[in-house]
Write a protein that binds this ligand. Structure first.
Ligand code: GDP
Ligand code: MG
Length: 248
């Protein structure tokens, strides 16, 4: 029957950068059931970033970017010989497992979480050129920003309107009008934390360490790479990717 496993040999192109994007399945429902704060729940965000950190440790990507319920990884060494089915399925299940472990560690969520359907993430692979990588992350970051504007606008309007009415109003309004609406409700998005507007990034940063060498009896300096969770991302541009050596 091996010959029926027709997708198992499908591989990513070896000449491209590979991005994996994972997205939580039915997380709107999950956020309702677990009563996450709206539009942003810092505990949920911490849970997903901790799970993303575990994914980073396991697969050592060049860069990981997360906002809302999605996680994108720019792979360095492509695992599993580039086999598409293997990368997609293992990454998605690893993240689901890590997320579940994190959330079950919080008393506040554990009991409700035990009583609902298990969480899952979908996964897709995107082969990109170097230019394409920058454009990809800029596009996801724009989505994070749109999400921020729509999220705050939605929950502001919902104070006075039904769900359907709110959707209709949102649909008709331009982004400038939404900013005005928020402003008249004393919400200035520019004052909101960077992670809400721009998402969260994980990458390795060089750190200098000093230590005492008891053999030579002198202080020694060395460099080590440490995974950093960046909650204060700038707007993505070419410089960001070069400065942090995120591209080949
Ligand atoms: N309340 C709340 N919900 C969130 C937060 N982050 C993500 N979500 C939910 O997750 C959803 C993610 O969007 P999408 O993937 O399109 O929806 P899905 O198909 O239901 O997973 C959002 O629509 C929100 O409902 C958060 O911080 N707080
Ligand atoms: Mg989702």
């Amino acid at each position: 029957m091996k010959e029926c496993e027709i997708f198992s040999s499908l591989k990513v192109p070896c000449t491209s950068n590979i991005v994996v994007r994972l997205d939580g399945r039915n997380f709107s429902q999950l956020s309702r059931k677990l009563e996450f704060e709206k539009p942003y729940d810092i505990e949920f965000v911490e849970i997903l970033s901790e799970a993303s950190y575990k994914l980073f440790m396991e697969f050592n990507p060049r860069f990981l970017y997360t906002f809302s319920d999605e996680v994108s990884l720019l792979l360095g060494n492509v695992p599993f010989g580039g086999r598409v089915e293997k990368i997609d399925s293992v990454m998605a299940s690893f993240l689901s497992g890590a997320f579940t472990r994190e959330i079950m560690g919080k008393d506040k969520y554990a009991e409700i979480f035990r009583g609902i359907k298990p969480v899952s993430f979908d996964s897709r692979l995107i082969p990109l050129s170097n230019k394409g990588v920058i454009a990809y992350f800029q596009e996801r970051q724009m989505e994070a920003w749109r999400n921020c504007l729509n999220g705050y606008s939605y929950w502001t309007l919902r104070k006075e309107h039904s769900r359907t009415e709110t959707m209709e109003i949102l649909h008709k309004k331009k982004s400038e009008q939404l900013h005005d609406l928020l402003f008249s409700n004393n919400i200035n998005l520019a004052m909101m934390p960077a992670w809400q507007r721009r998402g969260i990034g994980l990458y390795k940063k060089k750190i200098k360490i000093e230590g005492w060498n008891p053999l030579t009896k002198e202080n020694v300096k060395s460099e080590r790479k440490k995974i950093t969770i960046d909650w204060e991302l700038p707007r993505f541009d070419k410089e960001f990717f070069h400065e942090k050596s995120l591209l080949e």
